[in-house]
Write a protein that binds this ligand. Structure first.
Ligand SMILES: C[S@@+](CC[C@H](N)C(=O)[O-])C[C@H]1O[C@@H](n2cnc3c(N)ncnc32)[C@H](O)[C@@H]1O
Length: 213
């Protein structure tokens, strides 16, 4: 039986771990990098959800920038979605369109959002970020889905992003590499200007070049 037991998908494994942890904060476990030598100074709920300090930062960005429309790719359990929605609640307006590709994970996120009291700010979609159609001008794009598709994802939404808007690419540490390289590549193409925040998993803040004054 052991030999034929279906291997649990990483997202499902972390989802079960998160359920067992029941919201407990743990020290961040990603490995040290040259840019972030002390990851244990940060905190996390699980290895998929953004670092707790990054969640706080997302909320603060929302109250600071007052976005009308946020697009998030990769909802996972909806935790980052809910932190941004908290910011929108404080602002009194705004909408987050967040997509989750995996139907099992999507169903869990849907439950969590329904129970949160913040559902009015969130449109959760069970679709791929590379197929999702969003209407309107995007004030913040939070790119947090599958790492190899992040460059394509940013390019897909770029024409809709407000020149004064922000693009955030999570998982851009030098250890994880793929997303960092995607950000360098977008910058080399002249599409965006980036800053690389040295958080444990790495967070790129970028702005598109077109339309900048
Ligand atoms: C790192 S987790 C997102 C964490 C979440 N943003 C948070 O901080 O709470 C990445 C999620 O992206 C989903 N995903 C992967 N490829 C996707 C795609 N093309 N479109 C939408 N979601 C995708 C995965 O199923 C996974 O749940």
């Amino acid at each position: 039986m052991g030999l034929f037991k279906k291997k649990l998908k990483q997202e499902h494994k972390v989802m079960l771990q998160a359920e067992r942890a029941a919201g407990a904060l743990l020290p961040e476990y990603h490995r040290a990098t040259p840019e972030c030598p002390h990851p244990e100074r940060w905190h996390m709920y699980d290895s998929m959800t953004a670092e707790a300090e990054v969640l706080e930062f997302l909320r603060t960005l929302v109250t600071t920038l007052k976005p009308e429309l946020i697009v998030e790719t990769g909802s996972f359990l909806g935790v980052s979605t809910l932190w941004m929605a908290e910011g929108m609640k404080a602002n009194g307006f705004g909408k987050i369109v967040s997509c989750e590709f995996d139907p099992v994970v999507f169903a869990k996120a849907q439950e969590k959002i329904a129970a949160s009291g913040l559902a009015e700010f969130i449109e959760l979609r069970n679709e791929s970020s590379l197929e999702m159609q969003v209407k309107g001008t995007i004030d913040i794009l939070f790119s947090d889905s599958d790492m190899p598709i992040r460059e394509a994802e940013v390019k897909r939404y770029l024409p809709q992003i407000r020149p004064t808007g922000l693009i955030l690419m999570h998982d851009a540490s030098s250890h994880l590499k793929t997303v960092r390289d995607a950000a360098f590549s977008l910058e080399a193409e002249g599409l965006v200007s980036c800053i690389f925040l040295p958080t444990p998993r790495g967070l790129v803040l970028a702005q598109k070049r077109e339309g900048r004054r």
